[in-house]
Design a protein around this ligand. Sequence first.
Ligand code: SAM
Length: 247
Amino acid sequence: MTEATKVRILDQRTPEERDRPFLPGMGKTWLLPLYDIFSRVAGVRGLHERAVELAGVGPGQAVVDVGCGTGNLSFAVLAAHPDARVTGLDPDEDALRRAARKALRRGVPLTLVQGYADRLPAEDASLDHVVSSLALHHVDDDGRVGFAHDALRALRPGGKVTVVDFGGPAPNVEDAHHPAHGHGPAHALRHLPRLVRSRVAQSPAVARNLGDGIVALLVEAGFGDAREVEHVDHRFGRVTIVQATHP
Ligand SMILES: C[S@@+](CC[C@H](N)C(=O)[O-])C[C@H]1O[C@@H](n2cnc3c(N)ncnc32)[C@H](O)[C@@H]1O
């Protein structure tokens, strides 16, 4: 690791937050080792790269990646802008350790903070970008409202929030209520996208993002121009990319 390649993990949880529950990336902590494999097979990297393009990060800008997990969106930011100052935030210590190992292997600087979406690790008006991918549907109602308000506090005027997550118009009901039936590993693999899509469509967590869920969350916090800038019909469900600017 060179002097320029600094990777660190900071625990910024309050004593009360140490017992605060969270929904891990794969739903269960013991499934974490499969997260990056699943993400690769699912083609999530393309979503990350598109989100980074749309965010328009500039040279040396300060970026917080909320619900960073194993760091893949942070790495997409750093691949496009090696001098960006990126901080990944997540409550999952094991995911942060994986992200740190990956950053060291890639030789990129990354600060990782153990904490929650409603308390961003940043001074007031200090961030150029808040980005988040596939994480908001993991955050409970109070946490989501807290996230939107804290993003407004931490962004500088003109700073941008870019959220990628399942959401937008409600999914196809046929698909949601008629998941594939059958047996055996080959059948399961062939129908995995349909099974996951059906689970996503019926998830109460994702339900909060449906319709204009994410846009409304940001508007209510004070991001007047929040809007869906793009959507992707991913084989695991409709993915919305929502953006807003600090007024
Ligand atoms: C599906 S993973 C997405 C990881 C990564 N952003 C990506 O795109 O691959 C969702 C992440 O949200 C995190 N998470 C859950 N509750 C959270 C909270 N309250 N605040 C911040 N992150 C949270 C989980 O630990 C998990 O790492």
